[in-house]
Design a protein around this ligand. Structure first.
Ligand SMILES: NC(=O)C1=CN([C@@H]2O[C@H](COP(=O)(O)OP(=O)(O)OC[C@H]3O[C@@H](n4cnc5c(N)ncnc54)[C@H](O)[C@@H]3O)[C@@H](O)[C@H]2O)C=CC1
Ligand SMILES: O=C(O)CCC(=O)C(=O)O
Length: 409
């Protein structure tokens, strides 16, 4: 990793995956005009080449930033995930390379919740298969397997920002809402937390998944769990593709155990709109298939563009790491008239003493000091008078255990 006192307005931002124009506007407003915004996700050598010289990278859910990829971007200071999920980034490797990762934890949640509500109505009226048949010139005027959603039970797995909104909207339609979460959660409306996932599966007419991708949620809905759902019920997944065993879902649909599903996310998704989509679910007319667009609305994307770009700009010009998902969080005031040294280090015993020894031996006057640590990484920010900036930078940068040191004046 390079420890460069480069002037921060020279930073180069590489934005992939068609991030909304509000991101470029927000960066420009903050003084950053070196922005390379590209439409699609990149992989392999193309990705390595695109980010090799970047100071900041912005992605959505399709670009994989593994440790190997990150090591090919020696200047990289920060990553913006212009979405909620951050499972596409090796967060621990990024932290140990001194790279905070930011996301937009709220901006697209309403969009996902609205889509899920619409899907509940569509599935319970049998619209997907009727729609498909009519497109082929058929006709199916029938009330068979067609229900109002009023009075039915919705089971929400993962009662977070999205799950809670889905619950509130569903109650407005007159649904009974139960949920399962690994944490004790405050129930909104009349929703009711159940003790186990199996209890929820047995009770629900529709199950909607809103958990993050973690080792515990991988294949959470496997053949056994799908079998534990009520006969004739429906599954919705707008969380992550790895949460549902797609082959087992295909079996449950083929046997008629499930009457339908709405799936927005897949274990393997095309990298761009030019790649074909392949799935064992293609043959089911009673499955709504959408191309990972739960959060793809004009409102959500514009908000996300502003939110994440503002976080990157603030880290670039101020050092603040508030709401970083993998990094010590420090909220920093403006530092007008002073220079700010940002020191990211391995969180080992004696590090703070080493920093303070260096500062005092160099006779530096510290105007303000901030410190935050996580298990493996420490982040110390020191404001010094402008004339002391180079000495302060050189002293801190020379400390054993330094991951990265940066100067903002
Ligand atoms: N389809 C799309 O376009 C979008 C998909 N998403 C996905 O939706 C997920 C959820 O988003 P939010 O509600 O904003 O996240 P959140 O973090 O607010 O809520 C997730 C909830 O799941 C719970 N949880 C975690 N592990 C669990 C487990 N093993 N069993 C039960 N509950 C568990 C958490 O305690 C938390 O309450 C995101 O992680 C993302 O992967 C988010 C936005 C758009
Ligand atoms: O819209 C996107 O690129 C990804 C949305 C998503 O899955 C998320 O926000 O986690």
């Amino acid at each position: 990793m390079q420890n460069s006192p480069l002037h921060h307005f020279d930073f180069r931002f590489v934005l992939l995956e068609g991030i909304h124009a509000t991101a470029v506007e927000t960066l420009a407003t903050s003084g950053y005009s070196r922005v390379d915004a590209r439409p699609g996700a990149l992989t392999g050598d193309e990705l390595l080449h695109a980010i090799a010289d970047a100071d900041f990278v912005g992605i959505r859910s399709r670009t994989r930033l593994t440790e190997e990829v990150l090591r090919h971007a020696p200047k990289l200071l920060g990553i913006g995930c212009f979405c909620i999920g951050t499972n596409q980034v090796d967060l621990e490797a990024a932290a140990l390379l001194g790279i905070p990762v930011f996301n937009a934890p709220f901006s697209n949640t309403r969009s996902v919740a609205e889509l899920v509500l619409a899907e509940i109505v569509m599935l319970m009226r049998g619209i997907p298969e009727k729609n498909a048949l009519l497109h082929r010139g058929g006709w199916m005027k029938s009330a068979s397997n067609s229900w109002e959603i009023r009075g039915k039970t919705l089971g929400i797995v993962g009662y977070g920002h999205i799950g809670t909104q889905v619950g509130v909207l569903a109650e407005h339609f007159g649904m009974k809402v139960v949920y399962h979460d690994i944490e004790a959660k405050l129930s909104l409306g009349n929703a009711h937390q159940l003790g186990s996932l199996d209890e929820l599966l047995a009770a629900s007419d529709v199950v909607s998944l809103h958990v993050p991708e973690t080792p515990a949620t991988r294949n959470m809905m496997d053949g056994t769990r799908l079998g534990a759902m009520k006969p004739g019920s429906f599954l919705i997944n707008a969380s992550r593709g790895t949460v549902v065993d797609i082959d087992a879902l295909a079996d449950a649909l083929a046997s008629g155990h499930l009457l339908g599903a709405a799936i927005d996310v897949f274990p393997a998704e095309p990298k761009s709109n030019d790649e074909p989509f392949v799935s064992p679910l293609l043959r089911f007319d009673n499955v709504i298939l959408t191309p990972h667009i739960g959060g793809s609305t004009a409102e959500a994307q514009a908000n996300i563009g502003r939110e994440v770009a503002a976080k990157l700009a603030r880290y670039a010009n101020n050092g603040s790491t508030v709401s970083a998902v993998n990094f010590p969080e420090v909220s920093l005031p403006a530092h007008e008239g002073q220079c700010r040294v940002l020191h990211i280090h391995h969180n080992v015993p004696g590090m703070l003493a080493r920093i303070n020894d260096r500062i005092s031996q160099a006779g530096l006057n510290i105007v303000a000091q901030y410190l935050q640590t996580t298990q493996h990484v420490g982040y110390v920010v020191i404001d010094v008078d402008a004339e002391a900036r180079q000495v302060a930078f050189d002293e801190l940068n020379a400390i054993d255990g330094t991951i990265r040191c940066r100067l903002i004046c």
